[in-house]
Design a protein around this ligand. Structure first.
Ligand code: NAD
Length: 498
């Protein structure tokens, strides 16, 4: 197969964007270099070739961006009515709809997600923007009774909190940034976004497009750079009111520490090790492909990946045979190839990490049933075979630690109580699923498993109207539903003496 991105037709807007010598920070409605002049480069994981150079922001740049965001929050943007903010979100959706191919190509090249996967995420993005457009018209306090003598009228008001620090991971920034941007535009807040070093480009491009679509200067700012510089400065900045963070649990713990500088409220979406429970009465024709893609989609780089596949012992052999046959049909290739089911993993170091877990699994006595190797025939790219371990027990590291790569573990169980106990024997509590034709069994699992999201006879649906969030080391703070806006609004109690 061909491995250079030039082999795939790129939208002319994508080409123009990628041809830039340096991708600058986006502050106060304009592109500006980092104050230090330092740059970083990003690599296309499908080829290992340098894709682009971007500015490496530091604490001074974060400070510039926060100042711009604060000024915008206090400026004309604060006079926009809910209807104006809703109309802006509708317009943003229309413009993104038109520009989606370009954005999808940038995302696919920069982070290695298969282009088919990114393109098919467009309806979900459109739904998310519709959701936040509706939220703009749905901000309300309450009138409340009181026990105060005399004629005192009491109520609560909801008001935007101010500047939101948005810290984003690399495994799908094109869509994940809108959990923050959508809420910022709906609420009247402003934001400074810090994308991940490995995948910043779609976030920079979106900021420019938003500005062209009418988002006022300073409302959405982007400072690219290292987590250890720009990220820490944003998390600790005392003029940032709240932080919405998606990323690893370890970084989330650092952000909690940094938040003490001015007692920031946080929304934390962290790691996972979700259990996908396949009962003996499951419809395997549906459960097998869903369990496979519940891990192998995005090469396992999804927080809610169902990496612990718990299978009832009586059907382990049948399930495994069908799973391996399905995995064998999955094509691994260049992310821009429309036929690729799996792209590369994000970087050489992430590939090394994932491969080291294969050694860990073997050393712990798990059976390597499929894959486990780097794909050497695709020179330069960070490609790995989809990998399946059988005979895994929940004490093994491959069942306990988030690998964030294409590694699926099969763990047998005897009865539902044991499956629930195994599912709960984890530091994480993000997602999970149960496959059963018996609704009583399914509901027992849904009620028994301690996670923020459960799927029944399906895997991976996320709709902002329904929500998606974590428990335990997977984080806190609602993502989706009207509770999402709690991070972006504060409540003011008002007493009026008549
Ligand atoms: P990461 O924690 O390494 O980085 C996330 C972001 O934090 C990046 O922008 C990074 O530059 C920044 N950062 C790093 N150190 C920082 C610090 N000390 N202070 C402030 N910011 C810092 O995560 P990643 O490797 O980019 O992404 C993968 C992780 O994200 C996985 O653990 C995955 O489960 C998680 N994730 C969770 C969800 C969810 O919704 N729960 C969604 C996607 C990804």
């Amino acid at each position: 197969m061909t491995t250079t991105q030039q082999s795939f037709a790129l939208n002319s807007l994508t080409q123009d964007f990628l041809a830039r010598d340096e991708h600058f920070l986006f502050i106060n409605g304009g592109r500006v270099p980092a104050s230090s002049g330092e740059t970083l480069s990003t690599v296309a994981p499908s080829t290992g070739e340098t894709l682009a150079t971007f500015s490496s922001g530091n604490a001074a740049d974060i400070d510039r961006a926060v100042t711009a965001a604060r000024a915008a929050f206090q400026g004309e943007w604060s006079t926009w009515t809910p209807y104006q903010r809703q109309e802006l979100l509708v317009k943003v959706a229309r413009v993104l709809d038109e520009r989606f191919e370009e954005l999808a190509q940038i995302e696919s090249l920069d982070m290695g997600a298969p282009i088919s996967r990114v393109l098919s995420s467009k309806p979900a993005l459109m739904r998310m923007l519709s959701f936040f457009a509706a939220q703009a018209l749905n901000i309300s306090g309450e009138t409340l009774q009181n026990g105060i003598p005399g004629q005192v009228t009491t109520m609560t008001l909801k008001a935007p909190v101010g500047v939101i620090g948005g810290i984003i991971p690399w495994n799908g920034p094109l869509n994940s940034q809108f959990w923050i941007i959508g809420a910022v535009l709906a609420s009247g807040c402003t934001t400074v976004l810090k994308p991940a070093q490995y995948a910043s480009l779609s976030v920079l491009r979106v900021a420019e497009i938003l500005h062209e679509a009418g988002v006022p200067a300073g409302v959405v700012n982007v400072v690219t750079g290292r987590g250890s510089e720009a990220g820490t400065a944003l998390a600790a900045h005392t003029d940032v009111d709240r932080v919405a963070f998606t990323g690893s649990t370890e970084t989330g713990q650092r952000i909690i520490e940094a938040s003490t500088s001015n007692i920031k409220k946080l929304q934390l979406e962290l790691g996972g090790k979700s259990a996908d429970i396949i009962c003996a009465d499951a419809d395997l024709d549906k459960a097998v492909p869903a369990a496979a893609m519940g891990v192998f989609a995005n090469s396992g780089q999804i927080c809610y990946a169902g990496t612990r596949v718990l299978v009832q012992r009586s059907i382990v052999d049948e399930f495994t045979e069908k799973l391996l046959a399905y995995v064998d049909t999955l094509r691994v290739g260049h992310s821009l190839d429309p036929d690729s089911a799996l792209g590369p993993v994000i970087s050489e170091s992430q590939l090394d990490t994932v491969l080291s877990y294969v050694d860990v699994g073997l050393a712990e006595g798990a059976d390597l049933l499929y894959g486990g190797q780097r794909l050497a025939d695709q020179a330069g790219g960070y490609f790995m075979q989809p990998t399946v371990f059988g005979g895994v027990t929940n004490t093994m590291r491959i069942a306990r630690e988030e690998i964030f790569g294409p590694v699926l573990s099969i763990l047998p169980f005897d009865d539902i109580d044991e499956a629930i106990a195994i599912a709960n024997d984890s530091d994480f509590g993000l997602g999970g699923a149960v496959w059963s034709e018996n609704i009583s069994t399914a509901l027992k699992v849904v009620q028994g498993v301690h996670t923020g999201t459960m799927w029944v006879n399906c895997y991976g649906y996320v709709d902002p109207m329904v929500g998606f969030s974590g428990t335990k080391l997977s984080g806190y703070g609602a993502k989706g539903t009207s509770a999402h806006m709690d991070t972006y609004l504060y409540t003011k109690s008002v007493y009026i003496q008549l």
